[in-house]
Design a protein around this ligand. Structure first.
Ligand code: FE2
Ligand code: FE2
Length: 391
């Protein structure tokens, strides 16, 4: 009778330990095929460093290419809801004639009795319990015995595996270290090409401050702190996320003191193509290229923060609350002293739409007075507020 082994896991990412185990199972003459079953995990439960399902699936496929008997079964990822093992086994049994072996490590054996419909699971499959050299044999045997008493059919497989965890791999990737010895080259390449596991690279507010301080003049650094402070105040007043507002304020001018030629080099590096109007308006560089800079160099991943920085100079139609807050905070921060700043401050106290009207009018008139072209995004915002009279 054919023997199928189901090898479930998050595979976030698959590492050399997984590969070694997969290889050892495939080498067994009594095994006909091994199905890797990447498990679905809602991101909010698994934490920020869970790679997208599609990437975990692709990495599993790459591993399986090395072993003739191995392939990926993506049922839990495509099913998305109810990704319980019970349903996976039920589906397997409906679609196949054989009773599969479900691969389990010592950690899974201990918790099995807490799984959804665990007793039914024992009837739907046999367990291939993997004992890793170095683990506690007594505990392992005790756990197996308990499950056998509950009706489980268990086969034990002894193996020596490298001491690697996916957490080690993610940490190394986040720190920009080599992944050699942790994952195979094909996985290392994949992680690098898809920029996976950069999450843990998140900088602290203090690190952001240090970074901008090094790039900005003293005056601009002070301005950034004032905008951050004002953005938080407005976020508080109008119900936006204060933490995001603070980071957006802090970083909004990160490239403002960087020479235009250097900014254009960043643009090239990040694959940004500027329009002719933008190319001829170096003052816009720092918002367009700066937003990509905070993402690519500083590791900011929040799209709201990135887009707020992107449009803090030009504005645009249908801005989000955070975008408006950053745009306006840049006008009303306490270091500002231009003609008309008091009118602007009064407007921002009244409501955001009034403030947007005052700010856009100011921007467009200022550009026209200087003979500068007006960016299409600015015009779109202007029309939104002055023709439709709505926000
Ligand atoms: Fe700016
Ligand atoms: Fe600014």
């Amino acid at each position: 009778m054919s023997k199928t082994v189901l090898f479930g896991g998050t595979f976030n990412p698959p590492h050399l330990g997984h590969e070694r185990l997969l290889g050892a199972i495939c080498e067994r003459k009594d095994v006909d095929r091994v199905l890797l079953v990447p498990t679905f995990k809602p991101v909010h439960k698994a934490g920020r460093d869970l790679a997208p399902s599609a990437d975990r699936l692709n990495m599993c496929r790459k591993i399986c290419e090395k072993f003739r008997k191995a392939s990926v079964w993506d049922t839990e990822l495509t099913r998305k809801t109810k990704s319980y093992t019970y349903y996976t086994l039920l589906q397997y049994r409906e679609e196949n004639d054989d009773v599969p072996y479900f691969l389990m490590g010592a950690d899974m054996l201990v918790t099995l009795s807490t799984w959804y419909e665990w007793q039914k699971i024992l009837k739907l499959c046999r367990i291939l319990a993997v004992f890793r050299e170095g683990e506690n044999r007594e505990e392992f045997d005790r756990d197996c015995e308990k499950l056998r008493a509950a009706g489980a059919e268990i086969e034990i497989m002894n193996i020596t595996l490298p001491d690697i965890s996916s957490t080690d791999v993610r940490r190394a990737a986040a720190e920009g270290n080599s992944l050699r010895g942790l994952v195979s080259p094909v996985i290392e390449e994949y992680i690098s090409a898809h920029k996976l596991y950069k999450g843990a690279k998140d900088m602290t507010t203090e690190q952001y401050k240090e970074h901008i301080k090094a790039r900005l003049s003293e005056k601009r650094y002070f301005h950034s702190l004032c905008v951050a402070e004002e953005a938080v105040r407005l976020a508080d007043r109008y119900g936006a996320n204060g933490e995001k507002a603070y980071i957006a304020g802090l970083l909004h001018d990160v490239l403002k003191d960087t020479p235009p030629e250097e900014q254009l080099k960043f643009a090239k590096q990040f694959g940004i193509i500027l329009s002719d109007l933008e190319l001829n308006a170096p003052k816009l560089y720092h918002s367009i290229i700066g937003s990509a800079y905070v993402k690519e160099v500083l590791g900011v991943r929040d799209p709201e923060i990135i887009s707020a920085i992107r449009c803090h100079t030009t504005a645009k139609a249908n801005m989000t609350l955070l975008e408006k807050i950053l745009y306006l905070a840049d006008y009303t921060s306490r270091d500002r002293d231009y003609d008309g700043v008091e009118e602007m401050r009064a407007a921002v106290e009244k409501d955001l739409s009034s403030a947007m009207r005052v700010a856009l009018k100011f921007t467009v008139e200022d550009l026209k007075a200087k003979g500068c072209p007006v960016h299409p995004d600015t015009l779109a915002a202007y029309h939104q507020y002055f023709e439709n009279e709505k926000d």
